[in-house]
Write a protein that binds this ligand. Structure first.
Ligand code: WQD
Length: 337
C-alpha cells in the first residue's frame, strides 16, 4: 500500500515524500525527471531511512499511470507534476495546457480505472489574479491572467466536477503561495535548471557566488518599501499541509484551501533576512517591473486551520537559514552529487 507522488523528485515533491514517510506512509515517486534529479531519491532515503519506489513516467501516459497505481497498490495520489513558470506559459501555452490540464485529466482517468479515490492537487495562488482585497481568502474572485494560472484554475474546476460525478474522486486542492526554504538537513532543496525565475533561489545563488547580483524588479509598487510583497511559506510547512489534507480526505470529499502564512514580505526584506541568515552580502541592482507581477499577495490561512488544523510554523529567518544550508552544502545543486 503506497501513496503515489507525481513529480515526487521535485523541490516540493521531495519534501512531501519525506513528510509522508515520517507520517508512516509508503510512497512511490512517479516522475519523468525532466525537471528533477535522480539523486533526490538517495537523499530522501538518507533523511528517512526508507528509499521510495520510483517509476519513471509521464503524467500524460494513461497506461503507465494506471499500471503504476495497480502495481504499487496505491491508496492515494499527491499530484505535483506540472510546469510552473508564468513567463514560459505565455510562450508555450500548448505545452502548459497539455502538461498541467491534460496531465491532470489523464491522472484522474487512471485513478478511476485503478479505483484509487483520494487525490491531493497542487494548485496556486495565481488563480486569484489581481487581488481586490487582501489577505486573499478562498472565496476571492478567481481571475488568473496568464496561461499558467488558467491551467491551474481549469484543473481545479475539472477535479471538482469529477468529485461530483458518478465515478467520483475525493479531492483536496491546495493553493500554494510562495514555497521556499529546505529540509533542515540541507540534503534536499530547490535546484532550478538554468537561471532561477524565482526570488529565493536567485538570492541564494548570489550568496554562494554563482551569480554576481540580484536584479530587484521594480521599486515603485504601492508597498512599504516599493518592492513586491509575497507570502513566503516554508516548504516543510507546505509538505506537512499535504499530509494533513490527505488525512482529512478520510472524512471530507472536497477541500480547497490556501497554504500560506498570512504574512507578506517584500523583496528587500527577504534580501536582508537572507543576508542575516547567511552572513553574506547580497549585491542588488534595481530594474524595471517584471511583466505580469502584482504588488502584493498574501494569504488568509484561516480556512486551512479550520479544515485541516494546519498553520505555518516556520518564519522568514528559518526559511532563509534552511535555504542557505541547502545552497552552502550543494553549491551546484544535485549536479555535482
Ligand atoms: C517574488 C517577488 C518579483 C526574481 C511565482 C509564480 C507563482 C508561484 C510562485 C507556482 C516578485 C521579485 C523575483 C528576481 C525580483 N509558482 N523578484 N528579482 O512571481 O510571486 O510567483 O512563483 O505556483 O505561480 O508566479 O514569485 O519568486 O518569481 O517573485 O525582484 O530575480 O520577487 O518581482 O515581486 P512570484 P517570484
Amino acid at each position: 500500500m503506497a501513496v503515489m507522488i507525481t513529480g515526487g523528485a521535485g523541490f516540493i515533491g521531495s519534501h512531501v515524500c519525506v513528510e509522508l514517510i515520517r507520517s508512516g506512509q509508503s510512497v512511490v515517486i512517479y516522475d519523468d525527471f525532466s525537471n528533477s534529479h535522480p539523486e533526490v531519491v538517495n537523499r530522501i532515503a538518507r533523511i528517512t531511512g526508507f528509499a521510495p519506489d520510483v517509476v519513471r513516467g509521464d503524467v500524460r501516459d494513461l497506461a503507465a499511470l494506471t499500471a503504476a497505481l495497480v502495481e504499487h497498490r496505491c491508496t492515494a495520489v499527491v499530484h505535483l507534476a506540472g510546469l510552473k513558470s508564468v513567463a514560459d506559459s505565455v510562450r508555450d501555452a500548448t505545452g502548459y495546457y497539455d502538461c498541467n490540464l491534460a496531465g491532470s485529466l489523464t491522472l484522474a482517468q487512471a485513478m478511476q480505472r485503478a479505483d484509487v479515490r483520494k487525490l491531493v492537487f497542487s494548485s496556486s495562488a495565481t488563480v486569484y489574479g489581481e487581488p481586490e482585497t487582501l489577505p486573499l481568502r478562498e472565496d476571492h474572485r478567481l481571475a488568473p491572467f496568464n496561461p499558467y494560472g488558467r491551467t491551474k484554475l481549469m484543473a481545479e474546476q475539472m477535479l471538482q466536477d469529477i468529485a461530483a460525478s458518478a465515478d467520483p474522486l475525493k479531492v483536496a486542492i491546495l493553493r500554494y503561495f510562495n514555497p521556499v526554504g529546505s529540509h533542515e538537513s540541507g540534503l534536499i532543496g530547490e535546484d532550478p535548471y538554468g537561471e532561477p525565475n524565482n526570488l529565493m533561489p536567485y538570492i541564494s545563488q548570489v550568496a554562494v557566488g554563482r551569480r554576481p547580483s540580484l536584479s530587484v524588479f521594480g521599486r515603485d509598487y504601492p508597498t512599504r518599501d516599493g518592492t513586491g510583497v509575497r507570502d513566503y511559506v516554508h516548504v516543510v510547512d507546505l509538505a506537512v499541509g499535504h499530509v494533513s489534507a490527505l488525512r482529512q480526505l478520510d472524512d471530507v470529499d472536497v477541500i480547497n484551501v490556501n497554504l500560506g502564512t498570512g504574512r507578506g514580505t517584500s523583496v528587500l526584506e527577504l534580501v536582508d533576512a537572507f543576508a542575516s541568515a547567511s552572513g553574506r552580502d547580497i549585491p542588488i541592482t534595481f530594474a524595471p517591473r517584471r511583466a505580469g507581477d502584482v504588488a502584493s499577495y498574501y494569504a488568509s490561512s484561516d480556512l486551512a486551520f479550520d479544515m485541516l488544523g494546519w498553520k505555518a510554523e516556520r518564519d522568514i529567518s528559518a526559511m532563509c537559514a534552511d535555504a542557505w544550508k541547502w545552497q552552502r552544502l550543494n553549491p551546484n545543486g544535485y549536479r555535482n552529487a
